[in-house]
Design a protein around this ligand. Structure first.
Ligand SMILES: [Fe+2]
Length: 187
């Protein structure tokens, strides 16, 4: 994802660059954690899991039209991180059922990280693109429509699969993102 943004020259401001650096580190840590959990729970080997991750297609085609500029990318990420935050929260019972407190705490940390990512993206939007906030609703509507009709994978955003990513979850996340963006920036 990050390489794609750099290649498309979509990171324009220092604020966004700082955001992406911190974000990439967190997401890599999450991936490592999920791989360890799958290893422990499902007896997968790390090598096979990483190979399968690598083998996922990185088809940006369907979301390219939403990656116009830094602003639209930040809106998409603010929304995406809100969705993953809520989706992980919905998966809490599964992790609790694994019977080890470590999973429970790890998932809580991941959920908190995702919420922070969303807020960080919101802060970039509010500090750099205050004049374009009126466009956020339309962008999110387009993304939700795209998520409904298209299946893409491996992009690390809008990579929704599984029952937890319901229409309701997407609609709630849209609302929460809009609300956070509408809130005046606390300086
Ligand atoms: Fe994330």
């Amino acid at each position: 994802m990050k390489q794609e943004l750099v290649a498309r020259d979509l990171i324009a401001s220092d604020e966004a660059a700082a955001f992406f650096n911190a974000w990439a580190i967190d997401e890599e840590r999450h991936t490592d954690g999920f791989i360890r959990i799958i290893e422990l729970v499902a007896n997968g080997s790390e090598k096979t899991l990483r190979e399968r991750l690598e083998a996922r297609s990185h088809d940006f085609g369907p979301i390219v039209e939403h990656l116009k500029d830094e602003f639209s990318v930040m809106v998409m990420i603010a929304f995406d991180e809100m969705c993953t935050c809520r989706a992980y929260a919905a998966e809490k019972p599964f992790y609790d059922a694994l019977g080890n407190n470590t999973f429970h705490h790890w998932l809580r940390e991941v959920i908190a990280d995702e919420a922070v990512h969303s807020m960080n993206a919101v802060n970039v939007i509010c500090s750099r693109y205050r004049d374009r906030i009126g466009q956020v609703g339309t962008i999110l509507d387009n993304l939700i429509r795209a998520a409904d009709t298209l299946r893409y994978s491996g992009t690390f955003v809008l990579d929704y699969f599984g029952a937890v990513y319901s229409r309701e979850l997407l609609a709630d996340s849209r609302l929460a993102t809009m609300r956070n963006i509408a809130k005046p920036l606390i300086v």
